[in-house]
Design a protein around this ligand. Sequence first.
Ligand code: FDP
Length: 312
Amino acid sequence: MPAIAPDHIPERLYPVIEALCATGVDVARTIARGPLGQSLAEGVGENTGGDQQKALDVMADEAFEKALGPAGVKFYASEEQEGVLTLGDGAFALAIDPLDGSSNIDVNVSIGTIFSIFEAEDGAEESFLRPASEQIAAGYIIYGPQTGMAVSFGDGTLMFVMDPETRVFELAEARMAIPAAAKEYSINAGYRRHWPDWVKSFVEECEAGKEGPRGKDYSFRWVASLVAETHRILTRGGTFLYTGDARPAYAEGRLRMVYEVAPMAMLIEQAGGMATDGKRPILSLTAEKLHGKQPFVFGCRDEVERVAELHG
Ligand code: FDP
């Protein structure tokens, strides 16, 4: 049985989406067994970006790479691989963070797989180093209390949930809609002393609550798992910030443009939210390097616009 029915998915892309879901089902099963299987959070090396690779990062990467070639993916760009791999002679270029939020693997908190799809161009890297607005699909699979998938094909953001009985992804919401105003904001506050002034100002306004310029109380949330954070914001709103700061190597933040920021920006914008680098829309930007970092602010429109005002 296919892992997702073809309804709601453009015909050309269906084999790719089905392969992502089928592999996601296997990854979800491995994650659910946790310490009963092999040690998933064991350090096994370092990737090109200098992040520590855990056993599950590598297992997930191998599984997606194997499944996507026969499904029509020509070029495969992964966080876990230095260069672009040519998998076959398909029509698509797919960028992937096979396992996002890996610091949460061994604490049983939601983690995920993020993907971005372009039409394949002649050149391997050129297929990814192009305007984020040229993505033809983007999404994530979330491995949490529910395994689900958010995906956009450029006409809204759809949400699927995997039925644990059948292991098939079923449509749960045909058009996600992010509210204009938020009650929650998310940022790693441990780095406050390194933030630029406009980030400090935004957070101080939220903290000032009802008595401050925003005139309402906010709650603070930080999961340290981009997929979990995006899922919460798609579901009930909020604001997320991971901008550049003054730490060495963090001038552009931490998140990668090609396989983290661009796909999340497409999902958020297609659900009526807003995604910027603090000021400019992410979808107006072009990745310069395969593993390049990108400052990222996204969520409810009113809040992201306020961040842009403070940025100046
Ligand atoms: P991780 O490195 O654990 O895969 O993708 C990077 C990411 O997780 C995001 O999922 C998460 O939002 C962020 O890093 C957490 O960064 P900090 O540890 O700096 O808070």
